[in-house]
Design a protein around this ligand. Structure first.
Ligand code: HEC
Ligand code: HEC
Ligand code: HEC
Length: 375
């Protein structure tokens, strides 16, 4: 977590330092408009997460389903025991009456939302109706108006809480987009460029013009991978390892950190990224640098090292390095980072291919630049 925040922070510093921050679109999110995102490719954990956000957000379910006694407290009660007992309740004559299993419970929950009076939990009916009429609003009608996918997501969420494997269908491209009301307390980012910044993706991938190449180039990924696979690569990076890259490098906890709308927007953004320009296809990685500072910028050293006040702390501070290392030692540390691991730091972090990527001229400029860096 801190690791990522640090990368994110360093990246902002790095971009600011490089003077490209003005190139990033500064789009102010319009908090009055709901954001529409397609749910195509969402997997079951995603559906459960969506259901949870709908339950407390757009669905307004927690307005009544809370600890205040207005309605059964669905988040606190033992759903694994309650749902099956409803299906066997003598008063229940709805779609799942007498049935059992996860699919029957899906039917019961959906019916609770679309036709609340089909079964009224004892003591919760409208006054004077002897528990034959429910005070619960119909979830697929105004003002709540959940879509089919949204209701399925809520069902998946409640099934999961009832310790059942969700049985609802996953959304497809034909399904209407989900409109997430902006929730002010936990403001999700609405601009993919900001999302990439926040989660530090550009420290490893060539995104937001970072030029980084620890992870694969993502330009044109939409023509290589399906939307579902791209999403999976983000939340479960070790599920599929990109050719020529190591497992366990990309952080595996984005799924827990990101809000769902962020994940969906980010995926849309990545799917639409154009193929990288021909220049970056060849191994030169752009035009050759002509100053030491340019080399540092082009190879992203300050994303990991505290360099010119970038404050990054994944690698040792480089300002003042000449006080402890000679020019030859510095060059050796760049060419073969694993040969000597700096005290208090981990091996395997610093890319070991700078030697192949840099021209001899760039390496000379870099070493000279580092040996002259003052503390
Ligand atoms: C205005 C208050 C209110 C809102 C909003 C509301 N409910 Fe309810 N809900 C109730 C009441 C009261 C009951 C109990 C009476 C009944 O069974 O219909 C109930 C019952 C249920 C049940 C059956 C519970 C059981 O113990 O068997 C489910 C499932 C349910 N609601 C889901 C939802 C979901 C999902 C939402 C949001 C989309 C929601 N409700 C929104 C008032 C509400
Ligand atoms: C610490 C470095 C690192 C960070 C940070 C990182 N990635 Fe990755 N990423 C990798 C590596 C290495 C791979 C290749 C290995 C693999 O597939 O897991 C990869 C693979 C991927 C892939 C699959 C690419 C393919 O061609 O199969 C996607 C998509 C992706 N990353 C997106 C992201 C996004 C979005 C973020 C930010 C939320 C991010 N990455 C952050 C290192 C990183
Ligand atoms: C992904 C993170 C990362 C990047 C990018 C990176 N480094 Fe490192 N670097 C490290 C880590 C971690 C160490 C400490 C472990 C080791 O010695 O290998 C280190 C060690 C070093 C050392 C040895 C420092 C000492 O005190 O012994 C030098 C010199 C160095 N890096 C220079 C660079 C330069 C120059 C660049 C850019 C061309 C660069 N690094 C890019 C992570 C990184």
């Amino acid at each position: 977590m801190t690791f990522l925040r640090v990368i994110g922070f360093s990246l902002v510093m790095l971009l600011g330092f490089m003077g490209v921050s003005h190139l990033l679109p500064q789009v102010e999110p319009d908090l009055s408009e709901p954001i529409e995102v397609s749910t195509d490719g969402l997997d079951m954990p995603g559906m459960i997460a969506l259901g949870e956000s709908l339950f407390t957000g757009k669905g307004t379910c927690t307005l009544c389903h809370n600890g205040m006694g207005r309605a059964p407290d669905l988040l606190e009660m033992d759903l694994a025991a309650t749902f099956p007992s409803r299906l066997n309740d003598g008063r229940y004559t709805g779609v799942s009456a007498g049935k059992e299993g996860a699919k029957a419970i899906e039917g019961y929950i959906l019916e609770s939302m679309k036709d609340p009076s089909a079964f009224v939990v004892s003591g919760f009916g409208k006054k004077g109706t002897n528990d034959t009429e429910s005070p619960m609003p119909t979830a697929d009608k105004a003002p709540i108006e959940l879509t089919v996918v949204e209701m399925n997501a809520v069902v998946a969420f409640l099934q999961d809480r009832a310790e059942l494997e969700p049985t609802v269908p996953l959304p497809s491209a034909e399904d209407a987009p989900v409109a997430e009301e902006p929730v002010e307390t936990i403001a999700a980012l609405t601009d993919p460029v900001d999302i990439i910044d926040e989660y530090g993706c550009a420290a490893c991938h060539n995104l937001n013009d970072s030029g980084a190449d620890i992870g694969p180039e993502l330009g044109g990924i939409g023509s290589r991978l399906s939307r579902a696979l791209v999403m999976e690569s983000i939340i479960d990076p070790n599920a599929v390892i990109a050719d020529g890259y190591d497992a366990d490098f990309m952080p595996a906890d984005f799924g827990e950190q990101m809000q769902l709308t962020e994940l969906l927007l980010l995926t849309d953004y990545l799917m639409a990224l154009p193929e990288p320009a021909a220049v970056s296809e060849d191994d030169e990685g752009g035009p050759e640098a002509t100053t030491g500072l340019e080399v540092v910028e082009n190879y992203g050293c300050s994303g990991c090292h505290d360099l010119n006040d970038s404050k990054a702390d994944i690698g040792p501070k480089l300002n003042g390095i000449a006080n402890r290392m000679s020019a030859d030692e510095i060059k050796a540390a760049i060419l073969d980072p694993e040969a000597v691991i700096a005290d208090g730091f981990e091996g395997g972090m610093m890319p070991d291919d700078f030697g192949d990527e840099m021209t001899d001229g760039e390496m000379a400029l870099l070493v000279e630049y580092l040996t002259n860096l003052t503390e």
